[in-house]
Design a protein around this ligand. Structure first.
Ligand SMILES: Nc1ncnc2c1ncn2[C@@H]1O[C@H](COP(=O)(O)OP(=O)(O)OP(=O)(O)O)[C@@H](O)[C@H]1O
Ligand SMILES: Nc1ncnc2c1ncn2[C@@H]1O[C@H](COP(=O)(O)OP(=O)(O)OP(=O)(O)O)[C@@H](O)[C@H]1O
Ligand SMILES: [Mg+2]
Ligand SMILES: [Mg+2]
Lengths: 457, 457
């Protein structure tokens, strides 16, 4: 019998890097750019600044690329840089509000991929408001899941923010189109961001800045009772074991007012003034089940969410695609397993879109465009389920659908964050949104046909 | 700025359990059964015994199920039971040969899901050849990724092997059909396995035992040079730093004979008798790149692989589906990024298959049937890419395609192991296999049409 042992999470994602988007030399270039830009946009959001992001991709030899992304974000606290970039499952985004990053994995995967394909360390130059900037040169010890600091020194940077340089093996020829598309689509969900993409030749692409307004930063929220599985409940109990049960519920969860808590506990046959540490294991189990099923709690607070919103969404799609007709819609915020979410979208008609029998679908989650793994994504499945002949498609039409899902927790199918898993509440909201947009298209297509008939007369 | 911290791999997979197949109450039942049965079949393979596996699924209350899987495998070494079941990324299958399990994650996910939905501990009764069996009752400490031993004691078991009982919340009504299908299809790739499935009612399903022959156990192999990225190469170097470079290559890798090694090093301009610890960092980097690209090394040894094989594959498909026509084919073994793999498959015509325009596809990897996430799987994509009208489908036909991919390393898209990522060498092999089977169908369909025309005369 083979020996038993454990492996580090870095080892796991090294062995299975295709799960994180680093399986082949084309997608790896895209994934590296995407993980870096995503982090830059989150950092600019933290700093409440209009993002100015500069990406330089340099083809150093046949298939060795240098990817450098510079931002004007918050910068990192210096003592956290080595682990942020050199340790898997380490980060600052584990709280309950909508952001692009979530795992503490993304940039470390890019560093890892660069290291195993080119033996290069990542260079991180960051400056925050606490003092002059620092430059780190880092490697990752995969078996231990720890950073190796090759060098670090003080170096002032022109402004607060971060510049990350990664050297990796990649197929730039094939990846280029994907990277350009990713950057353009990023400005749809973040219309205030100004992004420059420089391929080292004569070509420099500049996009974004469609809007001048910095979006409001979402506010972290308490968990909703519907998310209270036993693990979450136990942790809340451990934090304040001597609280009275009634106060515990009101203080630990959102949407649990004093009277609702009393009514709920009465219905459960539990004593409001009992200390929670006195609850039996069976009571805790029953409490967990009932919190998740009781229908008397309000819908989750959506201030932890950050949709693009009608004005900005229409503005950015118009700026990029100049559609002849466009419409925005947004579903009422909802929740999946207690996690607040929204679904918003735009449908557009225009000559820049290909003529198709079902709309060209552009997917976004938490303000990030998704370019891979479309076929099992719940958004794609629902879009294909509609009979588009009943929604204006008597023949091919130049129509595109832009769908944005945002949540404090996105149910990604895999660590590469390219595809949404199937959750019944999300399916319901996305279906409602697509039908609303489809009906608007049908009305518009009707008008279009009518005006053509009138024109012929 | 939010606090920086790390999370354990158990915490990561708890938060993102949909990536491992535990996102909703229907798929969770299927995933739990699948992870348990997969482990039982691997254990029987280690013990070189004909698997006798008994699955009992008991509906204890509206949506609480007890899932119990008993096998006659090798059992576990007693000291490893707590971590095997109560720690994520801990297992015995990290070596280089084909097996069903690979991550050290599967069963712990089922334990975790059961624990957070029903507060139950997993009960593991195992016995191995070293002494009388032991029963463990375990929970998992998610934040620490460590097992919690609720109880353990000696308890003799009727035979060597393992019985695992997990209580979880699930939708048995919806999951039942998937579980039955999974068990039936499992006997296609493991035709010697006898599996009983008992739903606690009057219904007891017994399948398998189509073949009486225990398949040969695969032999672990040395890495192939084409897999020598810098991480792998560094680890090999660290194991034997004072070896001469020539001997290092011949001893560390498969398919590197003495003369090939000399020729390769001459071509690289490196000294065969230099000690590897004396190599510069640049030389190691060059060595890694060249090992992966040199075309003078032989194809990988395929004794680390375990295909079903023609005889067993035809026997099991016939036993389950009684096709009127059936054909087997297997591609020459190949490698993807240095990992040996095979692609084998069967095409069958028969009234038990639905009439379709493209064949009903049954996918298998490393002897495990895949029932979810078909649409982005490379096998599905290639099958849909073929123009089946040119392969005998002048109209709908009752045709099914059974495709089995096996490798020392399977490039799964996500931790739930339901879908294969896109790798160019795998695409090539699967395309070749599907075309071979398609051409055979075309010939057969031609004969069928001809014999119908003859019959009408
Ligand atoms: N450009 C940047 N500016 C400021 N902070 C950054 C930047 N890049 C990374 N960080 C910090 O490093 C941490 C780790 O980044 P990483 O991309 O690995 O994880 P993440 O963004 O938290 O989650 P995900 O894996 O989903 O991307 C982040 O949480 C963030 O705090
Ligand atoms: N029924 C069993 N009989 C013998 N050993 C078992 C059994 N079930 C689990 N094990 C042992 O426990 C370990 C952990 O199991 P687990 O399913 O978590 O991981 P794995 O099978 O190694 O990989 P994967 O995550 O891909 O399933 C296995 O590697 C195996 O050694
Ligand atoms: Mg990130
Ligand atoms: Mg397993």
């Amino acid at each position: 019998v083979e020996g038993f042992r454990s492996i580090s999470p870095a080892e796991f994602f090294y062995r299975n890097r295709q799960m994180a988007g680093f399986g082949n030399p084309t997608q790896s270039v895209y994934s590296a750019v995407r993980e870096l830009v995503e982090n830059s946009l989150d950092a600019c959001e933290d700093a409440q600044r209009i993002p100015q992001i500069r990406i330089a991709i340099d083809n150093q030899s046949s298939d060795i690329l240098s990817i450098k992304v510079a931002d004007n974000g918050s910068g990192l606290p210096y003592q956290h840089v080595p682990e942020a970039f050199g340790r898997v499952l380490y980060g600052s985004k584990y709280d309950q509000k909508q952001k692009r990053g979530t795992f503490g994995l993304g940039v470390t995967m890019a560093v890892l991929y660069g290291q195993i394909t080119t033996d290069s360390s990542v260079v991180v130059h960051t400056q925050n408001s606490s003092g002059p900037g620092r430059v780190y040169s880092l490697l990752i010890d995969v078996e231990e899941n720890m950073p190796i600091i090759e060098s670090e020194r003080e170096q002032v940077r022109s402004d607060d923010g971060t510049t990350v340089t990664i050297k990796l093996r990649g197929d730039l020829k094939r990846a280029r189109e994907r990277v350009v598309e990713y950057i353009r689509l990023t400005t749809i969900a973040s219309p205030h961001a100004v992004i420059e993409l420089d391929f080292g030749g004569s070509e420099m692409i500049k996009v974004g800045g469609w809007s001048k307004r910095v979006p409001e930063v979402p506010i972290p929220s308490k968990p909703h009772p519907r998310s209270a599985d036993l693990e979450i409940l136990r942790r809340l109990i451990t934090k304040s074991p001597s609280k009275k049960l009634h106060d515990f519920l009101v203080d630990s969860f959102q949407q649990v007012g004093s009277r609702t808590a009393s009514r709920f506990l009465k219905f459960l046959g539990l004593d409001s003034s009992a200390r929670i540490e006195s609850l039996s294991r069976a009571d805790i189990s029953r409490l967990s089940t009932s919190l998740q099923r009781f229908d008397g709690f309000g819908r989750p607070d959506s201030r932890c969410l950050s949709p693009v919103g009608e004005e900005a969404f229409l503005l950015s799609v118009r700026s990029l695609f100049s559609p002849s007709w466009i419409l925005y819609s947004k579903q009422k915020p909802s929740e999946w397993q207690g996690n607040p979410f929204f679904a918003e979208g735009v449908i557009a008609l225009g000559s820049k879109f290909p003529n198709v029998d079902t709309p060209t679908l552009y997917r976004f989650t938490n303000k990030v465009p998704l370019l891979y793994d479309a076929n099992d994504d719940v958004m794609t499945k629902i879009m294909r389920r509609l009979n588009w002949k009943r929604y204006g498609f008597s023949g091919p039409l130049p129509v595109a659908l832009f769908m944005h899902f945002g949540s404090t927790k996105v149910p990604y199918r895999a660590a590469g964050k390219q595809s949404l898993a199937h959750m019944i509440e999300i399916e319901t909201a996305v279906t409602g949104l697509i039908r609303t947009l489809g009906r608007a298209l049908r009305k518009q297509a009707g008008r279009r046909d009518q005006s053509r008939r009138d024109a012929r007369k």
